[in-house]
Design a protein around this ligand. Structure first.
Ligand code: TYD
Length: 153
């Protein structure tokens, strides 16, 4: 099983979309292995968005991520990184396909509702940035055997 990070951004918190979006992941069959509300800081965002440091939108991006607390989630499933990424949609909500989170809930390139890890390597690094080991819970969903075939897990 693979784990991935989802951040419900301030745009999701302010627009009252937190429950609806978590519900999408739950309904898909992903296991919620960790979840918490946190206020992001300049320091953690410098690390998290290090690849965007030189971009002209870096300052407004960081400000947008600190506007309210965010909800951080650790989701688990078979190939969870690519499944969650596909559910997320293109970065710019205006280009995102209908049926994706961004395509259904946003109109913006920056106020785009969720952050989701884009590779298993980044997911591992991001999960350890946002969660302590004891904040990730190992329990088995009772529905597991109806979610995957015996040879898929
Ligand atoms: P990026 O890692 O390229 O996209 P994604 O979130 O889809 O993995 O960019 C990170 C965030 O930077 C993105 O969610 C919103 C912000 N951003 C802008 O504000 N303007 C832009 O032109 C781009 C490309 C991203």
């Amino acid at each position: 099983m693979e784990q991935t990070l989802v951040l419900l951004k301030p745009s999701a918190v302010q627009r009252g979309l937190v429950g609806e979006i978590i519900n999408r992941f739950e309904k898909r069959g992903l296991r919620l292995a960790g979840m918490k509300m946190m206020q992001l800081t300049d320091e953690i965002l410098d690390e998290h968005y290090a690849h965007l440091r030189e971009k002209p939108f870096f300052r407004t991006l960081k400000d947008s991520m600190m506007a309210t607390p965010v909800i951080a989630c650790c989701l688990e499933g078979v190939e969870a990184v690519q499944v969650v990424r596909a559910m997320t949609g293109s970065t710019n909500g205006r280009n995102a396909d209908p049926g994706t989170i961004r395509g259904d809930y946003c109109m913006s390139n920056q106020q785009n509702i969720v952050h989701t890890s884009d590779s298993p390597e980044n997911a591992a690094a991001e999960l350890s940035r946002f969660f302590k080991p004891e904040e990730i819970f190992q329990y088995e969903l009772a529905t597991l055997k109806f979610t995957y075939s015996v040879d898929e897990k």
